[in-house]
Design a protein around this ligand. Structure first.
Ligand code: UD1
Ligand code: MG
Length: 458
């Protein structure tokens, strides 16, 4: 099916109602731009996609080049926005010769379901149509192009809302803006299109009438789930669409055995994976390609991005970014795991502890109030409350090494570069500037002086 189908995505429009410096199709829902969602939905059905760009074309292109393979997702520039028909024609050159059918979708309909598009494509091919329009029946069709059918129920033409008579405005069946065309027909007919007398734009929708007049077969297929073609025009639409998408994603995970306590307060990105029996509490965001194992407990109020969590991990009221948490790791409440950290099995990071670019070995603990940066810590190390790794001298960052079984007393400062060897013990309140030998005790603080009767003398 994908071998000879291409897709054209119209995304040249301005999106005035977003009132934004960001092009409309780059506004995100569930942490991914609208255009990303559109491409993902048509990708399984088409060998190549052409995005027609215009308004802020450079920004849109930059995003596409970063995220997709250029040979599969191409762009075509429509410098002046002279209508949807004009826009589609701009994509002609980019499409390969082997392509027979072209799916056309809008860049601002991020909820498209692959299943709906597949039904359209199958119907189009089975009916051997030159064009098939995806339609929907709406209680309030205003703003949309209306589907005009003849007495046999065949589609005659599409009349734009702006040009519709009172009678036509009564029609409830609308054009979703999604079509499937036979490629040769599409481009030869577009050459014959003339501009609208009302707006001066070249309407793609006028092709229906043209194809009919040439006795080509045109069909219409009604959509099952209207939410899948919801178009985004302003920020309210964006939030509405995000809610629908969020519900879909959360339901997908629930069907796979994940408990999502409050789906309406849980945000999981589209590409996140979670194994069964994990529980997600409210206020939790799981972002980008995060992978979560089985039996984990996440949240409440937790953000985990680009990270890999094995089984039985617990993260409470904390953030984890670009890090790996092995089995039975516990993080939080109120901890921050910053990029390039790896916490081995059964590591415990407690409240108000920050970890950055560090490896922490099995069963080691930093239970309260610590900073651990650029450190390599062995197994079963105890980091006492208030321990600070002093990794930065204002210019450079240095490494700290703490070997297996070492014990760092509370409120110690470890001035990097420094190495605490196996089983060494650092007394509480020490400022450690020199390496500590294995099994030794290091004390680096002033002795306490008690001045008898001092208070009275004053
Ligand atoms: C279009 C359809 C209408 C349909 C509706 C569904 C036409 C003439 N009308 O109307 O029948 O019911 O979508 O939402 O097609 N675009 C370009 N270049 C242009 C003009 C538009 O790339 O020159 C892009 C826009 O960025 C947008 C899409 O095409 O993504 C649709 O354009 P828009 O102006 O929103 O068309 P509608 O009036 O909504
Ligand atoms: Mg529109």
């Amino acid at each position: 099916m994908t071998k000879d189908c291409a897709a054209i995505i119209l995304a040249a429009g301005k999106g005035t109602r977003m009132k934004s410096n960001t092009p409309k199709v780059l506004h995100s829902l569930c942490n991914k731009p609208m255009l990303w969602h559109v491409i993902k939905s048509i990708n399984p059905l088409s060998r190549e996609q052409v995005v027609v760009v215009g308004h802020q074309a450079e920004k849109v292109k930059e995003f596409l080049n970063k995220k997709f393979d250029e040979t599969k997702v191409m762009t075509a520039l429509q410098e002046e926005q002279l209508g949807t028909g004009h826009a589609v024609l701009k994509a002609k050159e980019a499409i390969s010769d082997v392509v027979k059918d072209v799916l056309i979708v809008m860049g601002d309909t991020p909820l498209l379901l692959t299943e709906e598009l597949k039904n359209l494509l199958n119907f189009h091919r089975d009916s051997m149509n030159a064009c098939t329009v995806l339609t929907a029946k709406l209680d309030n069709p205003s703003g949309y192009g209306r589907i005009v059918r003849n007495s046999n129920g065949e589609i005659n033409e599409i009349i734009e809302d702006k040009e519709a008579s009172k009678e036509i405005k009564e029609v409830k069946e609308i054009n979703t803006g999604i079509y499937c065309f036979r490629k040769d027909m599409l481009f030869s007919m577009l050459e014959k299109l003339s501009p609208s007398e009302v707006t001066g734009e070249y309407y793609l929708t006028d092709l229906i009438k043209l194809l009919n007049s040439e006795k080509e077969k045109v069909g219409a297929k009604e959509l099952n789930d209207f939410s899948s073609v919801l178009g985004i025009n302003d920020r309210k639409d964006l939030v509405e669409a995000q809610k629908i998408l969020q519900k879909r994603i959360n339901e997908f995970h629930m069907e796979n055995g994940v408990t999502v306590i409050e789906p309406e307060n849980t945000m999981i990105d589209p590409e996140v994976s979670i194994d069964s029996d994990t529980i997600v509490y409210p206020g939790t965001y799981l972002e980008n390609g995060t992978v979560v194992g089985a039996n984990c407990i996440l949240g409440p109020d937790t953000k985990i991005s680009d990270s890999y969590l094995k089984d039985n991990v617990k993260v409470i009221r904390s953030s984890v970014n670009e890090s790996v948490l092995e089995s039975y790791v516990q993080v939080g409440p109120y901890a921050q795991i910053r990029p390039y950290s790896k916490l081995m099995d059964e590591v415990k990071i407690g409240d108000f502890v920050e970890v950055k670019n560090s490896l922490i070995g099995e069963k080691s603990k930093a239970s309260h109030l610590s900073y651990i940066g650029d450190a390599t810590i062995g197994k079963e190390v105890n980091i006492g409350a208030g321990t600070v790794v002093v990794n930065y001298d204002g210019k450079n960052k240095y490494e700290t090494i703490i070997k297996d079984g070492a014990f760092i007393g509370c409120n110690s400062s470890l001035i990097a570069p420094v190495k605490i060897n196996e089983g060494a013990f650092v007394a509480a309140g020490s400022t450690i500037t020199d390496d500590v030998e294995q099994e030794s005790l290091a004390i680096a603080r002033q002795r306490q002086v008690n001045k008898k009767g001092w208070r009275k003398q004053k």
